[in-house]
Design a protein around this ligand. Structure first.
Ligand code: SD4
Length: 347
């Protein structure tokens, strides 16, 4: 921990004001945060359908990891979600390469896959690696071969919509090259969703999963934070779970999901733990990614759940949301944040 107490209180005050939770907290007096009766499932906001599916399955007695993987499968198989699985935005070569990882609290096992092509459900491939091998991570063509051996079906993951977006990006890349712009009116997306989901059942068992097509237009072969155990997601059955969406390169450097769980282990609430993680991210950010006001030029969101039912979402900037489902049903909630939206530097 490199922050002085004064720095901690100053930044915590910013964050807490951002979360509209009132006065400056002392280290021991934490913001109350959110708490649900178990079971509870949380996810990035694109998981709003998935948290309900996962929660229903957990209530019906299904294992937490199987349940949340069923939850994220919805996005993976949805061709209109351009951040995950089928229809994900491709890399710079126009090839969809997927990353995913998962962790199962009760058995303390983990699985992960990076740079996977042609298989729409990398979360299930990560789980197959966990279930059927003595390894944790497989990547690239050999991960694809493994998946085929395990019975997964290959398909072209590049939808026409994502191919058109890639073409527009490519055409505008260098004004002087031989590609002509073929559509001037369309805004090009660079990153979108990714889905992280975490659950605790009534017995306090915890699991986590993250799945993504990664950063759009990435350098072929690039692996983000999602398949990195401890960055994209992490869980410990004695504490809770955490995960992330957003700029993976920023998260990897602080092992954000692991750090969040460790902060909860040391007694912080999920919200305070995640605020600590985001502060570490900012402290570790190179200058080229900071605006003149010292605020980051990227987005990064974290989600955490404690095994006692407390949970939180935290973003760099005001405006972030996350999905939750408990006995009150699925809903989107506002994330706490470090900086006001007005502090976001212009690019
Ligand atoms: C990555 N964290 O590959 C992912 C991307 C993401 O919203 O979450 N986008 O870096």
């Amino acid at each position: 921990m490199t922050f002085s107490r004064r720095e901690f209180l100053t930044s915590t005050a910013t964050a807490t004001a951002g979360a509209a939770l009132g006065s400056v907290p002392a280290l021991a007096a934490e913001a109350p945060g959110h708490k649900a009766a178990l079971p509870v499932v949380i996810a990035s906001s694109n998981g709003i359908r998935g948290v309900k599916v996962a929660w229903d399955r957990i209530v019906a007695g299904e294992d937490t990891l199987d349940a949340i993987i069923a939850g994220v499968n919805i996005q993976e198989l949805d061709p209109d979600d351009q951040s995950v699985g089928l229809g994900g935005l491709p890399n710079a070569d126009g090839v969809v390469q997927l990353d995913a990882s998962c962790m199962h609290g009760p058995t303390r096992r983990a699985g992960s896959v990076g740079c996977l092509e042609d298989i729409a459900t990398p979360s299930l491939v990560a789980k197959a690696i966990m279930d059927y091998t003595d390894h944790i991570m497989l990547v690239g063509d050999d991960a694809r071969k493994f998946a085929i051996q395990m019975g997964f079906k290959t398909q072209n993951l590049l939808t026409e919509k994502s191919r058109q977006d890639w073409l527009r990006w490519k055409a505008r890349l260098n004004p002087g090259d031989a590609w002509l712009n073929h559509d001037d009116d369309v805004k090009i997306k660079f990153t979108t969703g990714t889905i992280n989901m975490n659950a605790v059942n009534a017995g306090g068992d915890v699991s986590s999963v993250t799945t993504t097509s990664g950063m759009a237009w990435k350098v072929p072969g690039r692996v983000g934070d999602s398949p990195i155990i401890g960055a994209g997601q992490y869980c410990d059955n004695t504490v809770g779970a955490a995960g992330s969406t957003g700029r993976g390169e920023a998260n990897i450097k602080v092992c954000g999901a692991f750090l969040a769980v460790e902060q909860m282990r040391m007694g912080k609430s999920p919200e305070q733990a995640l605020l600590h993680v985001v502060e570490r991210v900012i402290a570790m950010t190179e200058k080229r990614l900071l605006g003149d006001n010292g605020r980051p030029l990227f987005d990064l969101d974290f989600y955490a759940i404690h095994k006692d039912g407390r949970f939180a979402g935290v973003s760099c900037y005001e405006g972030g949301t996350f999905a939750v489902c408990d006995s009150a049903g699925p809903r989107v909630m506002t994330s706490a944040y470090l900086y006001k939206a007005s502090e976001r530097p212009r690019r």
